[in-house]
Design a protein around this ligand. Structure first.
Ligand SMILES: [Zn+2]
Length: 222
């Protein structure tokens, strides 16, 4: 896996011309995460924005049971990040918080996902790419003050018809919660996706597909 990420990084730096920045070694052996993002990217700072970080592909608890991301950071195009922050404010007015499952997804990782799912209804085809690959899509849900996810009638990344927004046979509460999330996101400048209640595209769509992969803090070496 390490080799895989190394390879992706090589592609990332090779194709995009990003320069490697110097990362200082701190006295305790931890490698600090660099805050210098490439131009045109913003990071969602979960704590200060009061959003919940559940970036599922930075862990194995996802439909592939594989950790795809080097660590759980949410990168978006600046306008998209602003729109998401606006959505967070609307959720807060209802005593809710946004729970973020996925943001920008490097294109090479999109290809890997397609290999596993191979259904264009749920994972964008190679070549076309997803708005996630452009930093212009977000997967998310809502959580209440007690930290309970709102019932949306299916789990995130349940690639079946029950995840279609207008699926018939949803409990009234789940349908209501889906609409609540959709209203918040539409009011903030996002477009919903009928096949996945959790997926929203930002309205502006002329961003390029990107291969940029973010830095991560490495565990202390003893
Ligand atoms: Zn999505």
């Amino acid at each position: 896996m390490k080799f895989f990420y190394g390879f992706l990084l090589l592609i990332a730096f090779g194709l995009s011309g990003f320069s490697l920045h110097t990362v200082n070694q701190s006295p305790n052996g931890l490698r600090p995460v660099s805050d210098s993002l490439p131009k045109g990217w913003t990071e969602i700072k979960f704590d200060s924005l009061d959003m919940v970080n559940r970036m599922v592909y930075a862990d194995t608890a996802n439909f592939m049971h594989q950790k795809l991301y080097p660590c759980a950071r949410c990168m978006l195009r600046p306008e998209v990040a602003d729109a998401l922050i606006q959505a967070g404010k609307l959720a807060k007015k209802q005593d809710l918080k946004l729970v973020i499952f996925d943001c920008y997804r490097p294109y090479a990782l999109q290809l890997k996902m397609y290999e596993i799912v191979s259904n264009p209804k749920y994972v964008a085809k190679p070549g076309i790419g997803s708005n996630h690959n452009r930093g212009a899509a977000v997967d998310l849900s809502l959580i209440d003050k007690e930290g309970n996810l709102l019932d949306m009638g299916s789990n995130f990344d349940d690639f079946s018809e029950v995840s279609h927004y207008a699926h018939k046979g949803l409990k009234q509460n789940a349908a209501k919660n889906r609409k609540l999330l959709r209203d918040i996101m539409q009011q903030s400048g996002f477009t919903p996706y009928e096949n996945e209640w959790w997926h929203f595209d930002y309205k502006k769509k002329d961003y390029d597909i990107s291969v940029y992969i973010w830095d991560c803090e490495e565990p202390a070496q003893h």
